[in-house]
Design a protein around this ligand. Sequence first.
Ligand SMILES: [Fe+2]
Ligand SMILES: [Fe+2]
Length: 187
Amino acid sequence: MNKINIIESYRSSKVFVPDNMIRWIRSNHAGETGAVWIYIGARCVFWNKSIRNMAKEHFITEKKHLIVMSHILPSSKRSKLLILWRILGFSLGFISALFGYRFFCITIQSVENFVEKHYQEQIDFLFNNSLSFDLLQVLQICCNEEIEHQLEAKKNKGLQLNNTYENLWSCIIGKGSSLAVNISRFI
Ligand SMILES: [Fe+2]
Ligand SMILES: [Fe+2]
């Protein structure tokens, strides 16, 4: 299914969002906004062909995720800090791309590792409580695509083991993403 068909299939279906999922979907919308801007930032490092290609491809998926989240979350429920998530996403993408392809892949792997857990938590909640199967399916598709990004970044960063600085960077990304999600759940 191409990207337009997927968006159309979401548009034609009425995805029911239970009240107790609104905060989660708000954080998804904020996160997908940040993800789109990570790749806008990375694409500024246009002289690195590998980064440019990965950013171009991942941008399309993240844009699609953002359209889907925008479709299921009313404007009034969105994070009030979208400008901040755009700035932080852009800065993260641009700065990590400046350090080269391997460093950029480590950043993407760390971000996607967090995002996978974030989506999985929601999928488990919906499944365990037998809530909105439509929403569960949407989140599962997004989650699978985030896992694809994660595996691609892991494969492309090369066989060399992460050094201490890279492990520290992954840890910072994980903690930073968690903080951003917790803030966007409320504001
Ligand atoms: Fe995404
Ligand atoms: Fe992603």
